[in-house]
Design a protein around this ligand. Structure first.
Ligand SMILES: NC(=O)c1ccc[n+]([C@@H]2O[C@H](COP(=O)([O-])OP(=O)(O)OC[C@H]3O[C@@H](n4cnc5c(N)ncnc54)[C@H](OP(=O)(O)O)[C@@H]3O)[C@@H](O)[C@H]2O)c1
Length: 277
């Protein structure tokens, strides 16, 4: 069995949070199985203790294969970071059911798939940490990103239950709720267009504003600093169950304290005020 601790990280494309998680784990002496949908997207991740593999988290077979490989090569798995995720912008009424299914498969079902693959091994070791990357918008939803926010709300509940059910197995489960972190996640929405026939034409500038929100704000936290703070806590003796971190976290902490309807009215006002095209 490897003497070094071993972590599996999903969604490690350069420029994103997962990539930075890998760098921070390497600094802490972990062997890191860095995964993404293409090896090219992790080309800059070069270190003797990093093992790069293709992993589409929606594939049962690929998930089983990578966990089997880790157990064969290292004999242990200490940490799983479920980081891979995709956004989906637009009014809920404009989003086709098929897109919704793809979104939930990547953002929710895949986290269950990878957790199920590692839990038997962690249970045998009588220790391990599973970190699920949710989002603060799973708790404080806004208009125009409802599908993504619903998927992150599902991540929150699933992670909470998993943390309870993993107690008897001595596996820790951590929910990460990033606020604003500077990455490329919304790059595909730079020129967001509404589908033909949308009832929300007059809100197009609002939707674009919502998608760019945080990325253009001075409050955005760098992915490097974000990952550093998260990994410091994750490798500590007592990793927190819940971590809200990133630019603008203070605002979300306040919104969480408000009566639900008041909070929803505030976010609706913020994202529906008509702005010129
Ligand atoms: N940035 C923020 O402000 C923020 C806020 C709240 C939550 N988050 C969450 O943080 C996580 C990381 O996001 P990020 O900001 O670092 O965005 P990102 O740079 O776009 O990273 C997302 C990663 O997920 C990967 N991915 C997408 N679909 C996949 C699939 N089917 N199988 C495997 N990998 C897949 C992407 O790979 P490709 O390069 O191949 O697409 C990419 O590596 C996500 O779960 C996101 O929802 C981010």
């Amino acid at each position: 069995m490897s003497e070094r601790k071993v972590a599996l990280v999903t969604g490690c494309t350069e420029g994103g949070i997962g990539y930075q998680f890998c760098l921070k784990l390497l600094k802490r002496g972990y062997t890191v199985y860095a995964t993404a949908r293409s090896l090219k997207s992790m080309a800059a991740l070069e270190h003797p203790a990093v093992k790069k593999h293709i992993l589409d988290v929606t594939s049962d077979e690929q998930v089983k294969d990578i966990v089997q490989r880790i157990m064969k090569e290292e004999g242990r798995i200490d940490m799983l970071i479920n980081n891979a995720g995709i956004p989906l912008a637009g009014a809920l009424a404009d989003i086709p059911a098929e897109d919704m299914s793809i979104l939930f498969d990547v953002n929710v079902v895949a986290l269950h798939r990878t957790a199920r693959a590692v839990i038997p091994h962690m249970a045998k070791q009588k220790e391990g940490l599973i970190m699920n990357v949710g989002s603060i918008v799973g708790e404080i939803p806004t208009p125009w990103m409802g599908a993504y926010e619903a998927s992150k709300a599902a991540v929150k509940v699933m992670t909470e239950v998993l943390s309870l059910e993993c107690k008897p197995l001595n596996i820790r489960v951590m929910l990460l709720a990033p606020a604003s972190v500077a990455t490329q996640i919304y790059k595909s929405y730079k020129d967001f267009q509404l589908p033909d026939g949308s009832l929300y034409q007059k809100y197009l500038p609002n939707i674009r504003d919502r998608v760019a929100h945080g990325k253009v704000q001075k409050v955005t936290m760098s992915a490097e600093r974000f990952a550093d703070e998260v990994i410091t806590k994750a490798v500590s003796k007592r990793p927190p169950y819940y971590l809200l971190l990133g630019g603008g976290s203070w605002l979300f902490r306040i919104l969480c304290l408000l009566p639900r309807r008041l909070m929803l009215n505030i976010v609706w006002r913020r994202y529906s005020k008509l702005i010129p095209k």
